[in-house]
Write a protein that binds this ligand. Sequence first.
Ligand code: ASP
Length: 327
Amino acid sequence: MLRLPRRAVLAAAALIGFAAPAAAQAPFPTRPISMIIPFAAGGPTDTVGRLVAQVMGNDLGQAVVVENVGGAGGTLGAQRVAQARPDGYTILLHHIGMATTPTLYRRLAYDAVNGFETVGLVTEVPMTLIGRRDLPATNLRELVALVQREKDKLNLANAGVGAASHLCGLLFMTAVQTQMTTVPYRGTGPAMNDMVAGTVDLMCDQTTNTTEQIRAGTVRAYATTTPQRIAALPDVPTAAEAGLPNFEVSVWHGLYAPRGTPAPIVERLNRALLVALRDENLGRRFAELGTAPVPQERASPQVHREFWQQDIAKWRPLIQAAGQYAD
Ligand code: ASP
Protein backbone atom coordinates (compact mmCIF):
# COMPACT_ATOMS: atom_id res chain seq x y z
CA MET A 1 0.00 0.00 0.00
CA LEU A 2 1.24 3.44 -0.87
CA ARG A 3 1.85 5.50 2.23
CA LEU A 4 2.05 9.24 1.83
CA PRO A 5 3.74 11.43 4.39
CA ARG A 6 1.17 13.21 6.58
CA ARG A 7 2.33 16.61 5.32
CA ALA A 8 1.62 15.60 1.69
CA VAL A 9 -1.89 14.40 2.67
CA LEU A 10 -2.60 17.72 4.39
CA ALA A 11 -1.29 19.66 1.41
CA ALA A 12 -3.49 17.63 -0.96
CA ALA A 13 -6.51 18.19 1.29
CA ALA A 14 -5.83 21.91 1.36
CA LEU A 15 -5.62 21.92 -2.42
CA ILE A 16 -8.93 20.09 -2.76
CA GLY A 17 -10.47 22.39 -0.16
CA PHE A 18 -9.21 25.34 -2.16
CA ALA A 19 -10.53 23.90 -5.43
CA ALA A 20 -14.05 23.11 -4.17
CA PRO A 21 -15.39 26.66 -3.68
CA ALA A 22 -13.78 27.70 -6.96
CA ALA A 23 -15.75 24.96 -8.73
CA ALA A 24 -18.96 26.05 -6.94
CA GLN A 25 -18.46 29.57 -8.27
CA ALA A 26 -18.76 28.57 -11.91
CA PRO A 27 -19.11 31.62 -14.13
CA PHE A 28 -22.57 33.18 -14.01
CA PRO A 29 -24.38 33.98 -16.19
CA THR A 30 -23.42 32.06 -19.31
CA ARG A 31 -26.79 32.45 -21.04
CA PRO A 32 -29.74 34.90 -21.02
CA ILE A 33 -31.75 35.38 -17.83
CA SER A 34 -35.53 35.44 -17.82
CA MET A 35 -37.09 38.22 -15.73
CA ILE A 36 -40.72 37.41 -14.98
CA ILE A 37 -43.03 40.41 -14.66
CA PRO A 38 -46.26 39.13 -13.09
CA PHE A 39 -48.46 41.61 -14.99
CA ALA A 40 -49.27 42.44 -18.61
CA ALA A 41 -46.86 44.23 -20.95
CA GLY A 42 -47.10 48.01 -21.15
CA GLY A 43 -48.10 48.45 -17.48
CA PRO A 44 -46.23 50.07 -14.59
CA THR A 45 -44.32 47.01 -13.35
CA ASP A 46 -43.39 46.13 -16.91
CA THR A 47 -42.03 49.66 -17.43
CA VAL A 48 -39.89 49.46 -14.28
CA GLY A 49 -38.76 45.91 -15.08
CA ARG A 50 -37.68 46.66 -18.64
CA LEU A 51 -35.56 49.65 -17.59
CA VAL A 52 -33.85 47.60 -14.86
CA ALA A 53 -33.44 44.51 -17.07
CA GLN A 54 -31.61 46.40 -19.75
CA VAL A 55 -28.93 47.86 -17.49
CA MET A 56 -28.56 44.61 -15.51
CA GLY A 57 -28.08 42.75 -18.79
CA ASN A 58 -25.29 45.13 -19.85
CA ASP A 59 -23.53 44.62 -16.54
CA LEU A 60 -23.98 40.84 -16.53
CA GLY A 61 -22.87 40.46 -20.14
CA GLN A 62 -26.03 38.46 -20.93
CA ALA A 63 -29.47 39.67 -21.91
CA VAL A 64 -32.08 39.87 -19.17
CA VAL A 65 -35.23 39.04 -21.12
CA VAL A 66 -38.55 40.26 -19.77
CA GLU A 67 -41.41 37.77 -19.85
CA ASN A 68 -44.90 38.92 -18.85
CA VAL A 69 -46.81 36.29 -16.88
CA GLY A 70 -49.92 38.21 -15.85
CA GLY A 71 -53.09 37.07 -14.12
CA ALA A 72 -54.53 36.45 -10.66
CA GLY A 73 -53.13 39.67 -9.20
CA GLY A 74 -49.50 38.74 -9.86
CA THR A 75 -49.65 35.31 -8.21
CA LEU A 76 -49.26 33.33 -11.46
CA GLY A 77 -45.95 35.00 -12.26
CA ALA A 78 -44.73 34.66 -8.68
CA GLN A 79 -45.63 30.97 -8.74
CA ARG A 80 -43.64 30.48 -11.96
CA VAL A 81 -40.51 31.83 -10.26
CA ALA A 82 -41.04 30.05 -6.92
CA GLN A 83 -41.20 26.76 -8.84
CA ALA A 84 -38.33 27.49 -11.25
CA ARG A 85 -34.84 25.93 -10.96
CA PRO A 86 -32.92 27.92 -8.36
CA ASP A 87 -30.01 28.67 -10.69
CA GLY A 88 -30.34 32.44 -11.18
CA TYR A 89 -31.68 32.14 -14.73
CA THR A 90 -35.28 32.87 -13.69
CA ILE A 91 -35.89 35.95 -11.56
CA LEU A 92 -38.98 37.90 -10.53
CA LEU A 93 -39.63 41.60 -10.39
CA HIS A 94 -42.68 42.12 -8.22
CA HIS A 95 -44.17 44.78 -5.97
CA ILE A 96 -46.10 45.30 -2.72
CA GLY A 97 -48.28 42.34 -3.78
CA MET A 98 -45.51 40.14 -2.33
CA ALA A 99 -46.51 41.52 1.08
CA THR A 100 -50.29 41.37 0.66
CA THR A 101 -50.90 38.07 -1.17
CA PRO A 102 -49.73 35.85 1.73
CA THR A 103 -52.78 37.17 3.63
CA LEU A 104 -55.15 37.93 0.75
CA TYR A 105 -55.04 34.42 -0.69
CA ARG A 106 -56.29 31.48 1.33
CA ARG A 107 -54.64 28.98 -1.02
CA LEU A 108 -51.58 29.48 -3.17
CA ALA A 109 -49.68 26.80 -5.10
CA TYR A 110 -46.34 28.14 -3.81
CA ASP A 111 -44.81 29.33 -0.56
CA ALA A 112 -45.47 33.07 -0.74
CA VAL A 113 -43.37 33.82 2.36
CA ASN A 114 -40.40 31.45 2.18
CA GLY A 115 -40.33 30.51 -1.51
CA PHE A 116 -37.86 33.21 -2.59
CA GLU A 117 -34.40 34.65 -2.09
CA THR A 118 -34.48 38.45 -1.97
CA VAL A 119 -32.06 40.17 -4.37
CA GLY A 120 -32.79 43.80 -3.49
CA LEU A 121 -35.38 46.57 -3.40
CA VAL A 122 -35.76 48.57 -6.60
CA THR A 123 -38.10 51.54 -6.22
CA GLU A 124 -41.15 52.94 -4.45
CA VAL A 125 -43.77 54.27 -6.81
CA PRO A 126 -46.54 56.72 -5.83
CA MET A 127 -50.08 56.15 -7.00
CA THR A 128 -52.67 58.39 -8.59
CA LEU A 129 -56.44 58.19 -8.67
CA ILE A 130 -57.52 58.72 -12.25
CA GLY A 131 -60.74 58.62 -14.27
CA ARG A 132 -61.84 58.66 -17.90
CA ARG A 133 -61.50 62.14 -19.27
CA ASP A 134 -65.24 62.78 -19.73
CA LEU A 135 -66.25 61.73 -16.23
CA PRO A 136 -68.57 64.46 -14.86
CA ALA A 137 -66.31 65.36 -11.90
CA THR A 138 -63.44 67.82 -12.25
CA ASN A 139 -61.86 67.38 -8.81
CA LEU A 140 -61.73 64.89 -5.93
CA ARG A 141 -64.61 66.45 -3.97
CA GLU A 142 -66.87 66.25 -6.99
CA LEU A 143 -65.69 62.72 -7.65
CA VAL A 144 -66.49 61.56 -4.11
CA ALA A 145 -70.00 63.03 -4.44
CA LEU A 146 -70.43 61.37 -7.85
CA VAL A 147 -69.23 57.99 -6.55
CA GLN A 148 -71.56 58.16 -3.56
CA ARG A 149 -74.48 59.16 -5.77
CA GLU A 150 -73.88 56.84 -8.72
CA LYS A 151 -71.88 53.93 -7.32
CA ASP A 152 -74.00 51.40 -9.21
CA LYS A 153 -73.19 52.99 -12.54
CA LEU A 154 -69.44 53.52 -12.06
CA ASN A 155 -66.73 50.89 -12.21
CA LEU A 156 -63.19 50.68 -10.94
CA ALA A 157 -60.49 48.87 -12.94
CA ASN A 158 -57.71 46.90 -11.28
CA ALA A 159 -55.15 44.19 -12.02
CA GLY A 160 -56.77 41.50 -9.83
CA VAL A 161 -56.67 40.63 -6.13
CA GLY A 162 -53.11 41.22 -4.97
CA ALA A 163 -52.40 44.03 -7.42
CA ALA A 164 -51.45 47.48 -6.18
CA SER A 165 -54.44 48.92 -8.05
CA HIS A 166 -56.68 46.51 -6.15
CA LEU A 167 -55.21 47.53 -2.80
CA CYS A 168 -55.41 51.23 -3.64
CA GLY A 169 -58.99 50.83 -4.90
CA LEU A 170 -59.92 49.17 -1.61
CA LEU A 171 -58.38 52.05 0.33
CA PHE A 172 -60.31 54.55 -1.79
CA MET A 173 -63.64 52.73 -1.38
CA THR A 174 -62.99 52.48 2.38
CA ALA A 175 -62.14 56.20 2.57
CA VAL A 176 -65.38 57.19 0.80
CA GLN A 177 -67.38 54.37 2.43
CA THR A 178 -68.77 53.18 -0.88
CA GLN A 179 -68.50 49.92 -2.83
CA MET A 180 -68.15 49.95 -6.59
CA THR A 181 -68.07 47.22 -9.21
CA THR A 182 -64.46 46.29 -9.92
CA VAL A 183 -63.16 45.14 -13.30
CA PRO A 184 -60.05 42.93 -13.13
CA TYR A 185 -57.37 42.91 -15.87
CA ARG A 186 -54.09 41.02 -16.29
CA GLY A 187 -52.36 44.30 -15.63
CA THR A 188 -53.15 48.00 -15.59
CA GLY A 189 -51.52 48.47 -19.02
CA PRO A 190 -54.57 46.99 -20.77
CA ALA A 191 -56.86 48.69 -18.22
CA MET A 192 -55.33 52.03 -19.19
CA ASN A 193 -56.09 51.36 -22.86
CA ASP A 194 -59.74 50.86 -21.93
CA MET A 195 -59.79 53.98 -19.78
CA VAL A 196 -58.36 56.08 -22.62
CA ALA A 197 -61.03 54.52 -24.87
CA GLY A 198 -63.62 55.50 -22.25
CA THR A 199 -64.90 52.02 -21.40
CA VAL A 200 -63.85 51.98 -17.72
CA ASP A 201 -64.45 54.83 -15.30
CA LEU A 202 -61.88 54.90 -12.51
CA MET A 203 -58.55 53.38 -11.53
CA CYS A 204 -55.93 53.91 -8.89
CA ASP A 205 -52.59 53.20 -10.53
CA GLN A 206 -48.89 53.86 -10.28
CA THR A 207 -47.34 56.99 -11.73
CA THR A 208 -45.11 54.78 -13.90
CA ASN A 209 -48.29 54.09 -15.90
CA THR A 210 -50.31 57.26 -15.40
CA THR A 211 -47.93 60.24 -15.59
CA GLU A 212 -47.72 60.44 -19.37
CA GLN A 213 -51.47 59.95 -19.85
CA ILE A 214 -52.25 62.61 -17.24
CA ARG A 215 -49.86 65.05 -18.92
CA ALA A 216 -51.34 64.29 -22.33
CA GLY A 217 -54.85 64.88 -20.96
CA THR A 218 -56.13 61.48 -22.07
CA VAL A 219 -57.30 60.75 -18.49
CA ARG A 220 -58.35 62.95 -15.56
CA ALA A 221 -56.18 62.98 -12.42
CA TYR A 222 -57.93 63.45 -9.08
CA ALA A 223 -55.20 62.97 -6.50
CA THR A 224 -51.86 61.44 -5.64
CA THR A 225 -51.63 58.98 -2.75
CA THR A 226 -48.51 60.68 -1.36
CA PRO A 227 -47.93 63.02 1.61
CA GLN A 228 -46.38 65.61 -0.76
CA ARG A 229 -47.10 66.49 -4.38
CA ILE A 230 -45.01 64.67 -6.99
CA ALA A 231 -42.46 66.72 -8.95
CA ALA A 232 -43.47 65.05 -12.21
CA LEU A 233 -47.13 66.03 -11.64
CA PRO A 234 -47.01 69.39 -9.84
CA ASP A 235 -50.63 70.29 -10.62
CA VAL A 236 -52.16 67.15 -9.13
CA PRO A 237 -53.14 67.64 -5.45
CA THR A 238 -52.40 65.05 -2.79
CA ALA A 239 -55.45 63.16 -1.53
CA ALA A 240 -55.11 64.94 1.83
CA GLU A 241 -55.06 68.37 0.16
CA ALA A 242 -58.09 67.38 -1.90
CA GLY A 243 -60.05 66.30 1.18
CA LEU A 244 -59.24 62.60 1.83
CA PRO A 245 -56.62 62.54 4.60
CA ASN A 246 -56.24 58.78 5.11
CA PHE A 247 -55.70 57.75 1.55
CA GLU A 248 -51.95 57.12 1.26
CA VAL A 249 -50.04 54.24 -0.27
CA SER A 250 -46.84 53.72 -2.27
CA VAL A 251 -45.82 50.65 -4.21
CA TRP A 252 -42.39 49.22 -3.46
CA HIS A 253 -40.79 46.85 -5.92
CA GLY A 254 -38.15 44.18 -5.35
CA LEU A 255 -36.20 41.57 -7.25
CA TYR A 256 -36.37 37.87 -6.24
CA ALA A 257 -34.84 34.52 -7.17
CA PRO A 258 -36.27 31.09 -6.31
CA ARG A 259 -35.47 29.83 -2.84
CA GLY A 260 -32.19 27.89 -2.80
CA THR A 261 -30.46 30.01 -5.46
CA PRO A 262 -26.76 29.89 -4.41
CA ALA A 263 -25.57 32.94 -2.47
CA PRO A 264 -22.79 33.87 -4.97
CA ILE A 265 -25.40 34.04 -7.74
CA VAL A 266 -27.74 36.17 -5.63
CA GLU A 267 -24.76 38.45 -4.87
CA ARG A 268 -23.91 38.74 -8.57
CA LEU A 269 -27.52 39.61 -9.41
CA ASN A 270 -27.52 42.15 -6.59
CA ARG A 271 -24.31 43.77 -7.93
CA ALA A 272 -25.97 44.15 -11.34
CA LEU A 273 -29.08 45.59 -9.68
CA LEU A 274 -26.95 48.15 -7.81
CA VAL A 275 -25.38 49.19 -11.13
CA ALA A 276 -28.86 49.61 -12.63
CA LEU A 277 -30.03 51.73 -9.69
CA ARG A 278 -27.01 54.04 -10.15
CA ASP A 279 -27.54 54.36 -13.89
CA GLU A 280 -28.13 57.97 -14.98
CA ASN A 281 -30.55 57.21 -17.80
CA LEU A 282 -32.59 54.95 -15.58
CA GLY A 283 -32.68 57.64 -12.86
CA ARG A 284 -33.81 60.27 -15.38
CA ARG A 285 -36.55 58.04 -16.79
CA PHE A 286 -37.76 57.06 -13.30
CA ALA A 287 -37.95 60.77 -12.38
CA GLU A 288 -39.99 61.54 -15.52
CA LEU A 289 -42.40 58.83 -14.39
CA GLY A 290 -42.72 60.23 -10.86
CA THR A 291 -40.46 57.77 -9.04
CA ALA A 292 -36.80 57.19 -8.08
CA PRO A 293 -34.48 54.23 -7.58
CA VAL A 294 -33.99 53.27 -3.91
CA PRO A 295 -30.68 54.41 -2.41
CA GLN A 296 -27.90 51.80 -2.61
CA GLU A 297 -28.01 50.98 1.11
CA ARG A 298 -31.66 49.95 0.80
CA ALA A 299 -30.99 47.64 -2.13
CA SER A 300 -29.20 44.80 -0.29
CA PRO A 301 -30.81 41.34 -0.07
CA GLN A 302 -30.90 41.63 3.76
CA VAL A 303 -32.62 45.02 3.88
CA HIS A 304 -35.07 43.81 1.24
CA ARG A 305 -35.94 40.67 3.23
CA GLU A 306 -36.48 42.58 6.48
CA PHE A 307 -38.59 45.24 4.76
CA TRP A 308 -40.70 42.60 2.98
CA GLN A 309 -41.34 40.58 6.15
CA GLN A 310 -42.28 43.75 8.08
CA ASP A 311 -44.66 44.72 5.30
CA ILE A 312 -46.39 41.32 5.43
CA ALA A 313 -46.95 41.92 9.15
CA LYS A 314 -48.12 45.51 8.50
CA TRP A 315 -50.81 44.55 5.98
CA ARG A 316 -52.06 41.34 7.64
CA PRO A 317 -54.37 42.94 10.26
CA LEU A 318 -55.66 45.52 7.76
CA ILE A 319 -56.58 42.85 5.21
CA GLN A 320 -58.09 40.66 7.91
CA ALA A 321 -60.17 43.61 9.15
CA ALA A 322 -61.38 44.32 5.61
CA GLY A 323 -62.25 40.60 5.29
CA GLN A 324 -61.23 40.57 1.63
CA TYR A 325 -59.87 37.19 0.65
CA ALA A 326 -59.36 35.28 -2.58
CA ASP A 327 -58.97 31.56 -3.19
N1 ASP B 1 -48.38 46.55 -11.28
C1 ASP B 1 -49.48 46.10 -12.09
C2 ASP B 1 -49.18 46.20 -13.54
O1 ASP B 1 -48.05 46.36 -13.89
C3 ASP B 1 -50.72 46.72 -11.77
C4 ASP B 1 -51.03 46.71 -10.32
O2 ASP B 1 -50.34 46.13 -9.49
O3 ASP B 1 -52.00 47.34 -10.02
O4 ASP B 1 -50.05 46.08 -14.35
